[in-house]
Design a protein around this ligand. Structure first.
Ligand SMILES: [Zn+2]
Length: 235
């Protein structure tokens, strides 16, 4: 785990445990990009956040990404290893995307968070597009014009920031159904951090109970030495 020490991982887990998934993604983004200010993190395109989280994930847990999805046609569980070559290249996201004379920024966490209370998907799509307008003077005059722009603008923004919404192709070996499964790196990485933190807490509990050491002393042990002591106290 070169990217995060045991103590740092537990701290990230503690800070993120009670947060909304969007805030957790921002917390992980801040860990991955410690030089960026909070505003820059919230305004960065979603794809830039996801790419940073993928790099953090690789540094913490390695390049192999075991994944699974259930076939929506027959229910078969498909386990596979996510192949990064299947995903779009990590290219820089342009500052603005021009669609039919209007200029848009690719949305970031701040724009998504502003939609949290919007129950209607169409209205959310409109609001999201409005929040992405780079030049207020060029904003669509009314909802009809906005709706006309919506599909083209969504496609253009998706093409400009392909890492914003990752998906992998699959074909079910049981029934042959082919489809696309969403891959949310933020929730995937969070589940791994949660599982790892749980194991670390178990280890601290066992070693503290056996030797009377403090948590910081136990976490400061390297993985190999901690495992060696655990082997001596585990029946
Ligand atoms: Zn199937």
């Amino acid at each position: 785990m070169p990217a995060l020490s045991a103590a740092q991982l537990l701290s990230v887990w503690e800070h993120g445990a009670l947060r909304h998934p969007l805030d957790r993604a921002l917390l992980l983004f801040a860990v991955a990009e410690p030089g960026l200010a909070p505003d820059a993190l919230a305004d960065a395109p979603l794809g830039a956040c996801n790419a940073a989280l993928m790099r953090l994930r690789r540094d913490c847990f390695g390049a192999a990404i075991p994944a699974w999805t259930d076939c929506p046609a027959c229910g078969e569980r498909m386990s596979f290893e996510l192949d990064l070559a299947q995903l779009p290249a990590m290219t820089p996201v342009p500052d603005v995307v021009e669609v039919e004379g209007h200029r848009f920024r690719c949305p970031g966490a701040r724009q998504l968070a502003a939609l949290a209370d919007c129950p209607d998907a169409d209205e959310a799509a409109r609001r999201l597009l409005l929040s992405c307008i780079a030049d207020e003077a060029q904003a669509p005059a009314d909802n009809a014009m906005l709706d006309q722009l919506l599909v083209h603008a969504e496609h253009a923004i998706e093409a400009a920031d392909p890492w914003a919404d990752l998906a992998v192709d699959y074909q079910c070996p049981a029934c042959g159904h082919a489809g696309e499964a969403a891959f949310d790196i933020a929730s995937y990485l969070w589940e791994e951090i949660e599982a790892h933190a749980g194991r670390l807490l178990d280890e601290v509990h066992l070693l503290a109970s056996s030797y009377g050491w403090r948590e910081d002393e136990i976490l400061a042990l390297g993985d190999v030495r901690r495992a060696a002591y655990l082997a001596r106290v585990t029946p």
